[in-house]
Design a protein around this ligand. Structure first.
Ligand code: NAG
Ligand code: NAG
Length: 313
C-alpha cells in the first residue's frame, strides 16, 4: 500500500460497540484515585453520585467487554490507507481531550458506539502524529461526548518532510497559563503503588503497567502509571477544588502528556482561572507535576467547569 499521509486524514474506523454499568464507573473513579469520602464519585446510593465526566476516555480500549481483554489484540493497528506501519512499542499518548455534550447515564444499555475518524496527521523530524476524533453516541445516534486524542509514533517516517493536515481539532485554551501569578487552586494527591493495578481494570491491560520487566526494557525503569489515570487525577483535582466535587460541573477537560508517572508518585495540580468558558462555566488552565521531581506530567491543560462558590458556614 502506498504511503500518502494526506489520504489518511478523514479516514473513518468501523464503529466500536461500547458498554458500561455502574460498577464500571465506580471502578474507574477508584482507578483515578477517588477517596473514601468522595461519595459523589464512588457511592451509587448517595444522591450526589453521578458518572465521572472523563469516563468516556476508557471506552476505546474497553469496548463492550465485561472481562479483561488481550491488549496486544486490542492495540494492533488496523491498516489505514495512506499510513506506514507503526512500531506498537514506540507509540506514546500525546494528548487527550473530552467534551461532555450530555451527562452519561449510569449504565449504557445496548447499542452505544464510538464513531472515530482521523482528524489530523502531522509529520516532523521526531515522527508521525495521528489525531483521532471520536464521538460517543447512544442507540439513536445522539452524541454524549466528543474526544480528541493524539498518538505520537516516535521514529516513524513517511517522506521525512514536514507535513500537517487538520480537518477538526479540540477546543484550545484562549491564553497560556499566566507566568506572573500564583495558581488560584493547588491540589496535592498521592497515587498508590497499586494505582495502575486498579486503573487497568477499566480496560487498558497493557502489560507495561503491571510487569516491571517490560517497563525496564522500554527504558522507564519499571512500571509506569497509565497516562489516562494521571489524566483522571487532574480532573478529580479540578472538580473537587472548583466544581464542588459535582461530576456534572465539568464540561470539557484536556491536556498533553509530558512525562511518565510511577505508581506511588505524589502529584500536584495547579490551576488558574483564565477566562469565561461556554454555558456559564469558567475557563481553567492547569498543569500537574510529580511533586518530588518538579517535572510537569500533564501540560497545557484546559478545562471548562461550573464554579461552585464554597459556602461559608
Ligand atoms: C514533533 O512534534 C511533536 C508533537 O507536537 C513535538 O513534541 C516534537 O518536539 C516535534 N519534533 C520536532 C523535531 O519538531
Ligand atoms: C517522581 O518523583 C519521585 C521522587 O523523586 C521519583 O522517585 C519518581 O521516579 C518520579 N517519577 C518519575 C516517573 O520520574
Amino acid at each position: 500500500m502506498s504511503i500518502d499521509l494526506a489520504k489518511a486524514v478523514g479516514h473513518q474506523s468501523p464503529d466500536r460497540p461500547v458498554a458500561w454499568n455502574q460498577r464500571d464507573l465506580i471502578l474507574y473513579a477508584v482507578g483515578i484515585g477517588a477517596k473514601k469520602d468522595d461519595f459523589s464519585l464512588i457511592y451509587e446510593l448517595d444522591k450526589s453520585w453521578a458518572p465521572f465526566p472523563t469516563y468516556p476516555v476508557v471506552l476505546g480500549l474497553k469496548g463492550d467487554d465485561q472481562d479483561v481483554n488481550l491488549f496486544s489484540e486490542r492495540a494492533s493497528s488496523r491498516s489505514t490507507p495512506g499510513l506506514p506501519n507503526f512500531d506498537p512499542n514506540r507509540v506514546v499518548h500525546g494528548s487527550q481531550t473530552v467534551e461532555i455534550l450530555k451527562p452519561l447515564p449510569a449504565a449504557s444499555g445496548p447499542g452505544w458506539k464510538l464513531k472515530s475518524r482521523i482528524s489530523a496527521v502531522h509529520e516532523n523530524k521526531s515522527g508521525i502524529i495521528i489525531e483521532t476524533e471520536s464521538t460517543l453516541v447512544d442507540s439513536h445516534g445522539t452524541p454524549y461526548a466528543k474526544l480528541f486524542s493524539a498518538a505520537f509514533n516516535l521514529g516513524s517516517k513517511a517522506t521525512g518532510q514536514k507535513f500537517s493536515k487538520v480537518i477538526a481539532s479540540a477546543p484550545q485554551a484562549s491564553k497560556p497559563i499566566p507566568k506572573d501569578r500564583q495558581p488560584d487552586w493547588v491540589v496535592r494527591d498521592q497515587t498508590t503503588p497499586e494505582q495502575a493495578i486498579t486503573y487497568r481494570l477499566s480496560g487498558d491491560y497493557n502489560p507495561l503497567h503491571i510487569d516491571p520487566k517490560i517497563g525496564k526494557a522500554g527504558g522507564f525503569g519499571g512500571v509506569i502509571l497509565h497516562g489516562l489515570s494521571t489524566f483522571g487525577f487532574g480532573a478529580r483535582a479540578l472538580l473537587s477544588a472548583i466544581g464542588g466535587n459535582d461530576p456534572n460541573a465539568m464540561k470539557f477537560y484536556g491536556c498533553r502528556f509530558t512525562a511518565p508517572v510511577k505508581p506511588g508518585d505524589e502529584l500536584e495540580t495547579r490551576a488558574w482561572e483564565i477566562g469565561k468558558g461556554p454555558g456559564g462555566t469558567v475557563e481553567v488552565g492547569f498543569e500537574c507535576k510529580n511533586l518530588t521531581t518538579g517535572k510537569v506530567v500533564l501540560g497545557g491543560g484546559v478545562a471548562y467547569i461550573k464554579k461552585v462558590e464554597k459556602s461559608k458556614l
